[in-house]
Design a protein around this ligand. Structure first.
Ligand SMILES: [Fe+2]
Length: 314
């Protein structure tokens, strides 16, 4: 099982309140924007091999599960199984299509640095790749999560504009002390979002698309709730950073996200100062449910944890 860190994902995911998380100054590079050279020439054959394993596994899983926009973006990018992509080549293509670039960072970066990059249409991507012994465990977003999961969607104009707007909104939210609420929007869309297409539900969130187990769980398990996306509802809902999500929120089209970028959040932040906060698995009478989850998976996990605790104490 892996931990999610924020700007990343899961089988367990990434942690969102912390894009930059408690990274603190750990691994802080010389440049003020925390970017480093990707050092593509320094990847070893073993590291390219991990990429290949992950790439091939997801490429088998995603047909019929990833949304059309993800598939199209992936098809048009210079990404293949054989090598960890070179960010310079990715950026050339992205720049022509949506004006984005991919920049290398050593891992999680402070929130304000993360938002600044997004606001300038630069996607910070971890330059390292996970160990072969930890294919499904991630402490921080690595190059597979960041590039395979996020970059295909950045080829889509709606997502490209939405993520830039999120960066700008993040800087504002930080000043207002509302970042935890805004981070939930990123979490439940960019990282763990589902999209309703004509043929059924599909994945667009990078946290799901880059995870072999969550790609299946999010769409096919009877356990999680699948709920029509509602902005304020999502902003009041906590999320799991250490396991699969208990609820996924579903949009009907990526343009819906772009509309969020045009909303004035000030009155929403004002309302969020009071009223309820929801747990990840809560279902509300006001929810438009696509699937009501059984909750079996997380209930079993909770029982396992309680058993471990008991045996540890005895
Ligand atoms: Fe991510």
């Amino acid at each position: 099982m892996r931990k999610h860190l924020q700007r990343q994902a899961p089988q367990a995911a990434t942690a969102s309140d912390k894009h930059g998380l408690a990274a603190g100054d750990r691994g802080r590079p010389d440049r003020a924007d925390w970017t480093i050279d990707q050092g593509w020439e320094r990847y070893t054959a073993a590291e390219h091999g991990v990429w290949k394993t992950l790439f091939e596994r997801q490429s088998r899983l995603l047909p019929g599960r990833a949304c059309d926009e993800f598939v199209q973006g992936m098809g048009e990018l210079a990404i293949d199984a054989e090598h960890i992509p070179d960010f310079r080549r990715l950026s050339d293509l992205l720049m022509k299509r949506t004006g984005w670039q991919v920049v290398a960072v050593p891992g999680l970066v402070p929130d304000e640095v993360f938002f600044e990059h997004l606001a300038r249409r630069r996607f910070p991507a971890g330059h390292f790749i996970r160990k072969p012994s930890e294919l499904d465990y991630l402490e921080e977003p690595d190059v597979f999560h960041d590039v395979f999961g996020h970059v295909p969607m950045l080829m889509n104009p709606a997502i490209a504009d939405y993520i830039q707007a999120y960066g700008e909104g993040g800087l504002r939210a930080q000043g207002l002390g509302r970042l935890p609420q805004l981070a939930r929007v990123y979490w439940y869309t960019v990282e763990f979002g589902l999209l309703r297409q004509r043929e059924g539900l599909r994945i667009y969130g990078a946290g799901i698309a880059s995870s072999a187990t969550e790609s299946v769980f999010a769409l096919e398990s009877a356990s999680p709730n699948r709920i029509r996306f509602d902005l304020e509802r999502v902003m009041r809902t906590r999320y799991r950073i250490d396991d699969f999500q208990e609820s996924y929120f579903v949009v009907d089209g990526l343009e819906e996200l772009l509309e969020l970028a045009r909303i004035d959040f000030a009155p929403i932040y004002e309302r969020l100062r009071s009223g309820p906060e929801y747990e990840p698995g809560d279902v509300l009478a006001s929810d438009e449910l696509i699937t009501r989850g059984s909750g079996d998976y997380h209930a079993a996990r909770a029982r396992e944890a309680a058993d471990r605790e008991r045996s540890f104490r005895s």
